[in-house]
Design a protein around this ligand. Structure first.
Ligand SMILES: Cc1cc2nc3c(=O)[nH]c(=O)nc-3n(C[C@H](O)[C@H](O)[C@H](O)COP(=O)(O)O)c2cc1C
Length: 211
């Protein structure tokens, strides 16, 4: 079936949301933890976390339009810090539940049964149950005029990951951490590594013996 832009525009709203959200395929499932200046915590699931750059280490995510209150955004602008926490198969349902619209003053940590954890490096809460956790300082917000969303960019100040999951070449064994992928807004997947390939060059075979 060839689906035209006109057909997409004519889809019923929820159907269109599901259809278009499926188009990127697998995405990362991350919980973003924040705190405001009074110590109120917030936790929400995001599937738009991306790598922005390695030197300096920067990560970002897309935030929906702030036409309605967004606690994650308000907290980040208030305290300038946030955490990104990988979701694993043991907590995917609780992670999903954080997307519910809880009233002001209700922390998703309590409502969804996840544990806030702190380190001296950053005042934002980490998710105790998560196995790969990144603490970030707000760097920049980039307005995306096409649909009034924002690209929020943070600089990495701390990474908490078990030693055993860091390979000799610096890559992190995300399957060892049981990190899940998400599809559309409701599908949670475990993954299976096919193989790792070496840095691609025009005259070289990229296949190598895995470590
Ligand atoms: C699987 C999944 C992925 C989501 N990804 C995003 C995202 O990338 N950006 C976003 O703004 N909201 C995303 N949401 C919606 C937020 O989780 C939801 O709006 C949440 O209530 C925001 O919480 P807050 O107002 O406390 O910040 C996603 C929801 C689900 C279920």
């Amino acid at each position: 079936m060839n689906v035209s832009a006109t057909m997409i525009a004519g889809m019923e709203k929820l159907y269109r949301t599901n259809f278009v959200n499926s188009l990127p395929g697998f995405k990362s499932a991350c919980l973003i933890g924040t705190v405001d200046r009074h110590g109120s915590t917030n936790l929400a699931i995001f599937s738009s976390v991306v790598h922005i750059g390695a030197h300096p280490p920067l990560m970002g995510f897309i935030l929906r339009p702030t036409s309605v209150p967004r606690h994650t955004y308000a907290h980040i602008r208030d305290t300038g810090v946030f955490t990104i926490n990988h979701v694993h198969a043991g907590i995917h349902a609780q992670a999903h539940q954080t997307s519910a619209r809880y009233p002001d003053g209700v922390s998703e940590f309590d409502a969804c049964g996840l544990t806030p954890e702190y380190t001296p490096a950053i005042s934002a809460p980490y998710v105790g149950e998560s196995r790969i956790r990144i603490g970030l300082e707000f760097v920049e917000e980039v307005p995306i005029q096409a649909n009034n969303t924002l690209l929020i960019i943070g600089g990495v100040v701390e990474v908490i990951v078990p030693d055993a999951l860091i390979r000799r070449d610096g890559t992190i064994d995300i399957e060892g951490a049981e990190t899940v992928a998400v599809s559309a807004l409701d599908g949670y997947h475990t993954t299976c590594l096919i193989e790792r390939l070496s840095y691609a060059k025009p005259d070289r075979d990229t296949r190598r013996v895995p470590e």
